[in-house]
Write a protein that binds this ligand. Structure first.
Ligand code: ADP
Length: 378
């Protein structure tokens, strides 16, 4: 998980660097362009003056060229009292009230640049000017770029996370199938030997005990093969199933631990795959046992609602510290000396992937205990 966070952090840092550098560069460019535009407007103001005051044909022709050549910088010429006389390069074609547009632009230009005074002899005039389309676009450019980079990063993160999940799935499925497959051969061989043992002595105690262990091993192999392939769900009475698990786990729990089942109804039909559902319950109960020092109680409560069935496994063990609650389902997370940290990850997978339900820590308090909740859909 830490690794996972790290590469995301690196990506974000690279993105910030790229945007920072681009912002710096475009700012420089925009600064230069703004200077150019200011000079152009100054020339324009001078040209306007020439046009009004000069009697020389050549001069006026040159001045009008300068004026007509400016097709990019929007500008407004006003008189001394800032009354609008003329405007250029302001798009009023689509405006309902062109006059209003020019007035608004004037306010905008006032904020952008100080006006360039131009004395045409007929009194003082001012040239107010804005920024060309190019300059405006250039100022927005880094933000557009930021958006694109963010979008790109989001796609990368989603794609990599999906790839990661699919890899995890492949590992689970492959490992489970392989385990089931490898267990199969020695199991059928032991079955044969057991048969032989029973033929020699039909009342052999060893044979009876071995049969129990063999059945258990077969169940384990069956669970692995079910995790390895999408199992069939069948309607079962959940209460009966839970009673079986409680009885099984109670026998294997320390004497001073009491496991009890609380249910308001004797029959709650749900669609489950029995063998792997048992596995989840065993995982949860075993974790609860591990969380207590050989003494305590584990309460399993079934709540039947119209849409869902909840199974709460509550212990009064040592609890999970707040910062760990989110991590307990991560493969490999364990606080036990001999733990693998796979139990809860597998359990969640079984409930979510195969039963379309959910499994989560409902509540946990250090020193008081933990409650896990399974939600099964009806
Ligand atoms: P493992 O049992 O191998 O450690 P799990 O995935 O089953 O792997 O559990 C991961 C971790 O979650 C445990 O090591 C433990 O720290 C914590 N945990 C799980 N269940 C409980 C519980 N009932 N009470 C306290 N801690 C728990």
């Amino acid at each position: 998980m830490r690794q996972y966070l790290n590469w995301k952090t690196y990506l974000a840092l690279i993105a910030v660097f790229i945007v920072g550098a681009s912002l710096y560069y475009t700012n420089q460019l925009a600064g230069k362009l703004a200077d150019e535009e200011k000079k152009k407007v100054e020339e324009l103001a001078a040209a306007l003056k020439t046009l009004v005051t000069s009697k020389n044909d050549q001069e006026t022709a040159f001045a009008s060229t300068i004026i007509t050549q400016n097709t990019t910088i929007p500008l407004i010429v006003t008189d001394e009292k800032i009354r609008i006389i003329d405007s250029k390069n302001i798009d009023t074609v689509h405006a309902i009230s062109p006059g209003r547009v020019v007035v608004e632009k004037l306010e905008e230009f006032k904020r952008l640049h100080p006006p360039i005074p131009a004395d045409y002899g007929t009194g003082k005039n001012y040239v107010y000017y804005g920024e060309s389309y190019l300059l405006t676009q250039l100022r927005y450019f880094p933000y557009v770029q930021l958006g694109i980079i963010m979008l790109f990063l989001a796609v990368v993160v989603i794609a990599l996370s999906a790839a990661n999940r699919s890899l995890q799935n492949q590992v689970w499925v492959g490992l489970s199938k392989e385990t089931a497959h490898q267990l199969g051969t020695p199991l059928s061989s032991i079955e044969g030997w057991l048969e032989l043992l029973r033929e020699e002595d039909p009342n052999s105690e060893a044979a009876i005990e071995m049969q129990k262990d063999l059945d258990r091993l077969k169940l384990v192999a069956d669970r692995f093969s079910k995790v390895g392939s999408a199992p069939q769900l069948e309607e079962e009475n959940l209460v009966l199933r839970l009673e079986g698990i409680v009885e099984y786990m109670q026998k294997r729990a320390p004497k001073k631990v009491i496991i009890s089942l609380h249910n308001t109804e004797a029959e709650i039909p749900v669609n489950i795959s029995g063998p792997i559902f048992d596995w989840v319950m065993e995982n949860l109960i075993r974790n609860a046992l591990d969380a207590m020092a050989g003494e305590g109680k584990i309460d399993i409560t079934v709540t039947n609602t119209p849409q869902q069935v909840w199974v709460d496994v509550q212990d009064n063990g040592k609890g999970i510290p707040g910062h760990q609650v989110k991590r307990v389902f991560t493969p490999g997370f364990t606080t036990k000396k001999r733990g693998w940290g796979l139990g809860l990850s597998l359990s969640r997978r079984i409930i979510e992937k195969y039963h379309h339900g959910s499994l989560f820590v409902k509540q946990s308090e250090v020193g008081r205990g933990t409650t896990f909740r399974i939600i099964l859909r009806r």
